[in-house]
Write a protein that binds this ligand. Structure first.
Ligand code: SAM
Length: 226
């Protein structure tokens, strides 16, 4: 309880925002900067854009998109705690006029030029509220995002899926399964930007998952409707 309160109070430094984001108890904390950098630097297609940030957590990726000049962003989450947290962060960052936080849901109404989704990376059942940001039972959110993407993209729009391959290294979701999901959802991969782990556990040889963690690659998959 004390630890969670301190995380919320002190927040997490997000260098790209030159600000701190404050995770509430039970909300995924953006402590790993590498996936945020992917969203901060991936090529954006057009000006005058709208975006959705699905599963927004603290709202960090919505804020990154706003800092990149996206005009209007709608952020969703299934967790009421995350929705409250994202609203607080968006307000504190002075972005409430451009970011609307809505839910609980995965997709909001309508379509957008860019749809970003960072689902939990491991297909397994969470055993506590704290684990809902890490485990995606039966890859439900991943399937929901991929299957709903084409129907929510504006013409010429792009989906950005943020996913690490840790599940592949652990034998939980082979790469061909992800590629089949993408194809059967009527999507095409137009680019993939990869980054390696920078967090201390990746170099901790005493960690039982060391081999998988050291080999982990986090990717931003750029998807379009076929
Ligand atoms: C890995 S966290 C990412 C949070 C944030 N976007 C970030 O990048 O820091 C995944 C988020 O998805 C949310 N989530 C899980 N299943 C969902 C679903 N079916 N629909 C909407 N959000 C979901 C979780 O509550 C969590 O906030």
């Amino acid at each position: 309880m004390i630890g969670a309160h301190q995380w919320c109070l002190n927040g997490v430094e997000i260098p790209f925002l030159d600000a701190r984001v404050h995770p509430h108890y039970g909300v995924f904390s953006p402590v790993r900067g590498e996936y945020i950098d992917l969203v901060a630097h991936a090529p954006l297609r057009r000006s005058g854009r709208t975006a959705f940030d699905l599963g927004t957590g603290t709202g960090v990726l919505a804020a990154v998109l706003a800092h990149r000049g996206v005009d209007r962003i709608t952020a969703t989450d299934i967790s009421p705690r995350a929705l409250d947290c994202a609203r607080d962060n968006v307000r504190q960052l002075g972005l409430a006029a451009r970011i609307e936080v809505t839910g609980p849901c995965l997709f909001p109404e309508g379509r957008a030029d860019l749809i970003v989704c960072n689902p939990p990376w491991i297909p397994a059942r969470p055993t506590s509220a704290l684990e809902h940001g890490v485990y995606d039972p039966d890859s439900t959110m991943l399937h929901g995002f991929l299957n709903g993407l084409a129907a929510h993209l504006r013409p010429g729009g792009e989906g950005w899926l943020i996913l690490s391959d840790l599940a592949e290294h652990l034998g939980l979701r082979p790469r061909h399964q992800l590629l089949t999901l993408i194809e059967t959802a009527g999507l095409r991969v137009v680019g993939k930007i990869d980054t390696g782990p920078r967090h201390p556990r990746a170099t901790d040889t005493g960690d039982v998952l060391h081999t998988a963690r050291a080999a982990e690659v986090t990717s931003l998959w750029r998807l379009t409707s076929t």
